[in-house]
Write a protein that binds this ligand. Structure first.
Ligand code: ADP
Length: 589
């Protein structure tokens, strides 16, 4: 079981590795996508922001070039001059659509403003503590983002000095409302924040992050912020912390107020600001996971398919192998059967041959006896015949020669009978109809039957046996002739009966019954021996029953003789031709 377990383990390991690679690869790809998209968005939004702010950069300078403002600065106590300045500032504010435009003296005191007539008017307020005022007073352009101390509304302040013979006599400031950007960013469904040069977020789509430092602010910076009231009351605490390794060259994984984000930033060099874009890290991860799932499922399916194909092919191979094996077994069996059959046939042939030889041995004794006598007789008859001829006694010489001829005929018939039996080839067994055999035999015996005046009765039952039809006829004719011979002398009814029936043990019996004297104990004892005969010389050779017994045995059967009082019955027990006939298919009639 070590093999399959190891294979399974390596398959699982490979699968896990492939899934992990799929996740890593697709996660990276998703991050690169997010980074590229984020960069494009930041680029666009930053330039949008810059353009919006920069177009007002020279506005305070242009506004300050108006003589009315110089006059108001020269005579700040003249209400008519101040009213003129106020009107002009309202005009400038309406034309440019900024939040406010206002005029301050060198002390930071507001003399006139576009919102002079509102409750939240800047007029009368002092802004010398604001860095933008200080910068303008020094002759430069002051820029500053702050929450308005008067309105409480944040804005970007740009300030320029008003010069009279290169002497700063006042400052014009413009307040630009940037809150509209937050709404625009939200409308685009983005999470963005703008931080100032100190790292304080002052413009953001998330309310909670506003006026918080990205990183811990150094003490002097905090003090300065408090003094300038730049963001009113600053919310303390760290907002952002770095976590993990950077997944992309410009994307940083960070936690913002405890929530993980991927953060991309871009510096707006002009103002020292930084625009930050926050995105959900779960999104690229989800894409990676989805890819990993798909790859995992695909590979698993592929593996399953491969396993199925492999199993199918193995089963097929097994089936083919078992079929080959079975075919081999069958072939082996057939071969063994053929060999055994050949052996048995050879043995059987040998046995039959041996049986014949034994019979021939028996016969040889009989033959030598049967032939030596006639030979002696022939010798004597021939000698006498030549003497009769010398004496010119033609009559006796003729008699002797006739006797010699008779003896030769007798010896010829012995040889003839033996010749028929001594053939080596085995009987050709085939299904034989007994009715056919009986019919032929009756035809052969008919002359003898007529001469003797006997009657032969045969029933009509027909059964098939395995046998050689010619030899069966030979046997039956011999039995009929013996029966006729046995009844020759008697006066009473001379009748022979032939019957055919199936035996209880599945064989076929053909019997010949006579009404003669039956078989004496002496005859019964020697009945089947060659050359045993009770018949007068010239009538019987005593070979009939001995040959019949050998013939019937060759067909796998036997021959029995019984006394039936009166008469004798000879039963031929033969092998049926398949199928096995019904026992006692028809009673004899
Ligand atoms: P064969 O007929 O030449 O004598 P068989 O072998 O046929 O030789 O018969 C041997 C002897 O058996 C016969 O001579 C006869 O004595 C006896 N025998 C045969 N059949 C009968 C029979 N049906 N009834 C009485 N004796 C028989």
């Amino acid at each position: 079981m070590r093999g399959p377990a190891a294979v399974l383990a390596s398959i699982v390991a490979t699968l896990a590795l492939a899934v992990w690679f799929a996740y890593a690869w697709f996660h990276q790809a998703a991050l690169r996508d997010a980074e590229a998209q984020g960069n494009a968005a930041i680029q666009r939004l930053a330039s949008d922001l810059l353009v919006s702010v920069e177009k007002f950069e020279h506005l305070p300078y242009l506004v300050g070039a108006e003589q009315m403002l110089t006059q108001a600065l020269r005579s700040p106590d003249n209400p008519a001059r101040i009213a003129d300045a106020n009107r002009y500032l309202v005009f400038a504010q309406k034309r440019t659509d900024v939040a406010a435009v206002y005029l301050m003296d060198t002390e930071g005191h507001t003399l006139a403003a576009s919102n002079w007539d509102l409750s939240s008017s800047f007029v009368g307020r002092n802004y010398r503590f604001r860095p933008y005022f200080q910068d303008a007073l020094k002759g430069g352009t002051g820029r500053f983002y702050a929450v308005g101390v008067t309105t409480g509304e944040p804005g970007f302040f740009i300030a320029s000095p008003i010069l009279d013979a290169s002497q700063v006599i006042g400052v014009v400031a413009v307040k630009i409302d940037l809150n509209a950007f937050e709404d625009r960013w939200r409308a685009e469904n983005l999470q963005l924040a703008l931080s100032d040069e100190k790292g304080v977020l002052f413009l953001t789509t998330e309310h909670a992050w506003r006026y918080r430092g990205l990183y811990p602010l150094p003490g002097p910076v905090v003090t300065q912020l408090r003094e300038t009231l730049q963001y009113g009351n600053l919310t303390p605490g760290i907002l952002i912390e770095h976590v993990g390794n950077a997944p992309g060259p410009q994307v940083q994984p960070m936690k913002v107020a405890g929530t993980p984000y991927l953060v991309q930033g871009r510096t707006l060099d002009r103002f020292g600001w930084q625009l930050l874009l926050f995105s959900d890290p779960a999104e690229p991860r989800a894409r990676g996971l989805l890819a990993a799932e798909l790859v995992g499922m695909g590979l698993t399916l592929l593996l399953l398919l491969m396993a199925l194909v492999w199993q199918y092919r193995r089963r097929l191979a097994e089936r083919q192998a078992s079929m080959r094996e079975r075919a081999q077994v069958v072939a082996e069996l057939e071969h063994r059967i053929a060999t055994r059959t050949a052996e048995l046939t050879a043995a059987n042939d040998a046995a039959v041959q041996t049986g014949k030889l034994a019979l021939l041995g028996q016969m040889a004794a009989g033959i030598s006896h049967e032939i030596s006598q006639p030979l002696t007789a022939l010798r004597t008859l021939a000698d006498n015949a030549s003497k009769f001829l010398e004496r010119r006694d033609a009559g006796n010489a003729g008699n002797n020669l006739r006797l010699i001829g008779d003896l030769c005929t007798r010896m010829g018939s012995i040889v003839g009978e033996l010749k028929a039996f001594a053939r080596k080839e085995p009987a050709r067994l085939q299904p034989v109809s007994l009715r056919h055999v009986i019919g032929s035999s009756l035809m052969l015996i008919e002359p003898l039957r007529q001469a003797s005046g006997a009657r032969i009765v045969s029933d009509d039952t027909d059964l098939q046996v395995m046998g050689d039809p010619i030899r069966l006829e030979q046997v039956l004719v011999n039995l009929l002739r013996n029966g006729i011979d046995a009844m020759e002398a008697q006066k009473s009814e001379r009748q022979l009966e032939i019957r055919v029936h199936a035996t209880t043990d599945g064989q076929v019996c053909m019997s010949v019954q006579d009404h003669g004297p039956g078989l004496s104990p002496d005859v019964l004892q020697h009945l089947f021996e060659p050359f045993f005969t009770t018949k007068p010389s010239g009538k019987g050779l005593g070979l009939g029953l001995a040959l019949s017994k050998a013939i019937v045995r060759e067909m796998g059967g036997r021959i029995d003789a019984v006394n039936t009082h009166p008469g004798a019955r000879f039963d031929l027990i033969l092998q049926p031709a398949s199928p096995t006939p019904e026992p006692h298919a028809r009673p004899a009639d």
